[in-house]
Design a protein around this ligand. Structure first.
Ligand code: ATP
Length: 324
């Protein structure tokens, strides 16, 4: 392998730039060429490539987003689209790639590998932490810190006005952000898609905490939670049944994806990038780099995509105890 392509794909996450930097610098260190591919699979199909030397990634370790841009690309889902991408890679002399993204991006890479026997390695970049084979995905830790900071601010205003706040955080299918940030921010209740205990129980719990002397409360709701039809319907339900509280809703939205990566994410990205390039040079392919027990490990991409991540039951228990 003489030339490695690197790109970011799907939803962006903090730490992607640190991973790009790591891949580029590891290539320079090991004396293989590195080519940046812009806008993920879209740029691969359009041949949007740029050689990247060690100095091309100066001053990006601290930046959120991705300097290579990201995109969703329908054309790559077709055989013709992938053929165009392959022809462009070959024409540019690229003989392996590192994809930084989520499970959709990995599915594309796996299909591409099967069709063209092209070496691929994945780095999990998503704030959702919903990828099997790694305890942490890039951006998760930063997103948690962002959410906790936001909730701390909401808490100030909630306690000044004796309000109950419903705060919606990202997580359409998984509640990792909600649960971890909820415990970290001291939320009263945490509602996640993995666990639907019903709205009556929520009401009971809020009543109990009011009776025990709490004058304000924060309830974290993951996007995909099904306790109510949506967070606004849930607010109406609680207001109708519990007039003591002035209830407000705050939807944190895309701010959770942005910002300067935490130290943890920068270190993780640096370690993962080194492992990705070294693995390709060792002839490995179709694998995802992950971290488990603080060791960088490899998992077959198909397992990473298909395996389900489990919510931490012990953390749910801790959260229940804390909201006494
Ligand atoms: P996130 O979930 O964090 O947003 P992701 O990588 O899962 O990230 P997707 O939009 O699902 O994001 O996938 C990114 C891109 O990967 C798609 O736009 C498409 O180009 C490619 N891709 C996804 N699934 C497939 C597939 N089945 N076949 C070919 N390409 C795919």
């Amino acid at each position: 392998i003489r030339k490695i392509g690197v790109f970011t794909s799907g939803g962006d996450s903090p730490g992607m730039n640190a991973a790009i930097r790591s891949v580029v610098r590891t290539c320079a260190y090991l004396k293989v060429e590195c080519i940046g591919i812009y806008r993920g699979y879209q740029g691969m199909i359009e041949g949007d490539f740029k050689p990247m030397g060690a100095r091309s990634v100066n001053n990006i370790i601290n930046k959120g987003g991705t300097i290579l841009k990201s995109a969703r690309c329908q054309e790559f889902r077709t055989k013709e689209g992938r053929q165009k991408a392959y022809d462009n890679l070959i024409a540019a002399g690229i003989d392996a790639f590192v994809v930084i993204g989520g499970d959709g991006s990995f599915t594309g890479a796996m299909i591409f590998n099967q069709e063209f026997d092209f070496p691929v390695i994945g780095i999990p970049g998503t704030i959702d932490n919903d990828i099997f084979g790694t305890t942490f995905t890039l951006g998760f830790d930063t997103a948690l810190n962002t959410v906790v900071e936001a909730i701390d601010k909401i808490r100030d205003t909630a306690s000044s006005h004796n309000r109950l706040f419903f705060v919606e955080v990202m997580g359409r299918d998984v509640g990792h952000i909600a649960l971890n940030a909820g415990v970290g921010a001291g939320a009263e209740e945490i509602l996640i898609p993995e666990e639907n205990l019903g709205r009556e129980r929520l009401l009971e719990s809020l009543k109990r905490s009011k009776e025990s002397g709490k004058s304000s409360s924060i309830v974290i709701v993951a996007e995909g939670d099904k306790t109510g039809k949506n967070i606004f319907e849930l607010k109406d339900y609680v207001e109708d049944n519990f007039p003591d509280y002035d209830v407000r809703v705050s939807v944190l939205g895309h701010m959770q994806r942005g910002g300067s990566p935490s130290c943890y994410d920068r270190v993780l990205a640096s370690r993962m990038g080194v492992k990705a390039v070294e693995s390709l040079l060792e002839g490995k392919t179709n694998l995802m780099v992950g971290i488990q027990d603080n060791e960088i490990i490899l998992t077959p991409i198909n397992k990473a995509i298909k395996g389900h991540t489990k919510i931490d039951k012990e953390l749910i228990r801790v959260s229940d105890i804390m909201s006494i």
